[in-house]
Design a protein. Sequence first.
Length: 277
Amino acid sequence: MSFDRLSSLESQPTTSRATGYSDDPAFDRTTASLSSHLFRLNSNVGRLSSQIALMGTPKDSETIRDRVRTLMEQTREGFKQVGEGVKKIQAWENVSPSQQFSQAKLSRQFQTNLESFQAIQRLSAEKSRQYVLAARAAIDHGDNADDAVYHSTSPRGGQLRQEQVPLVQQQLALAEQSDVDFQEMLINEREDDIREIEQGISELNEIYRDLGTMVNEQGVMIESIEGNVHNTLASTREASRELVQANNYQKGARNRACFLLIILAVVLAVVLLAVLS
């Protein structure tokens, strides 16, 4: 899966001074690209889940583990690139309310998908550890396929349980004594896979924390803006009430003036009539 197009979009300017708070086409294109890549990454997580479910079962094979390793590396790199893109979107300046909504939605999507992938990585690392422990136990017992077991602590009650790894049994059943070095090489490869997964988990956790910090800071800023909006609205309503009161006062003053003019006119009429008579 290629992320070249995402990188080219991210290299565009992050502000739109000419348009101010209006919609930014570059923002829209970048968010659309990130959403598309997140959809593909989520699809990869689903494929990984189905493949990892076969590890440690009679259907386990080197082909499946190689497929998992390759897809895991591609997905991990994809999440790193998308994570940087999401952080870039979160730092976008002069965003409109609709763009703020897009920022929040994209951040939630990324965090949810990343959590699923991190869980898959941990499961893959655990199954690789099972393979290593079982393979070493089998070699220590003289390459007996029936001894391809290891002891681990059960999540419930801390009880010891035996685990069998069919792939180890298959390999040892076919192996001669001269193939011990080959088995050691496979074990070393699995240990390298475990270290790579653990490093990938750590790097993605860092991106997750950085994004969480940005979202929290953005939330505080938005709350401040909302507070200012509410204060402005309250001031506007108060000013409106004062204008209504002033208008009512003016109407009352006009009415009183008209009433006085009428009285004055009547008085003048009476005086004129008295003079003329």
